[in-house]
Ligand binder design. Sequence first.
Ligand code: F6R
Length: 240
Amino acid sequence: MKIITGTIEELDALVAQEFVKVVNKKPNAVLGLATGTTPIGVYANLSKMCKEHKVFFTGVKTYNLDEYKGIDPENDQSYRYFMNKYLFSGIDVKIENTHVLSGKIASDAEAEKYDEEIANAGGIDIQILGIGSNGHIAFNEPGTKFDSKTHIVALTESTIKDNSRLFKSIDEVPTHAITMGLATIMKAKKIVLVAYGKNKALAIKKLIEDEPSESLPCSILKKHPDCTIYVDEDAYSLMK
Ligand code: F6R
């Protein structure tokens, strides 16, 4: 696992560059995408580079990590809404080639189908991940099995609390989600994990220092052959 530190602006640009490299080399690449606050700057860089004709997304397919259960794609709290707003509307991707799990029909059958669809598309060439303060990746909470595939999950108190900042009140945060599993994520050919802010510092320290363990879902990434973590000074602060 490689570690790159820098300012948020520098890291946003570097991570976007990694995506551009993959897409320029393979115009029909399969991209694994995340929501949350962290990737917004990366997506802004990608939109800018697309407008400057430095990269074209017309041939790519995208698969998002997760979606809240019970939420309509039109709902402004849905991850589909987020992706349209922060990335898909700013680049030349064909919207029918973008895949976000449906929160409305979140079911075990849909979960199974998602893994098959990704495999049939040729597998994910590059996957971006954020990280929860409890070390979750996607919505794989502490204790998730390392061999998990896409599945429905109950969110922990800590994740509900973290995400409540984006809702009017904590009671509005959905309690369940549908998420790619840890084994699904590990199949990506290349993984970039991005962590900004002091509230990620403990998870980053444990990720770097501890042995892989199901109590810290992100620690599975240490077993990946091509994973780089991009951490700003705050997220790296407990390492100094
Ligand atoms: C989002 C996702 C989550 C977030 C994580 C960090 O698709 O899978 O694991 O990446 O909760 O969220 P932010 O970036 O808002 O701190």
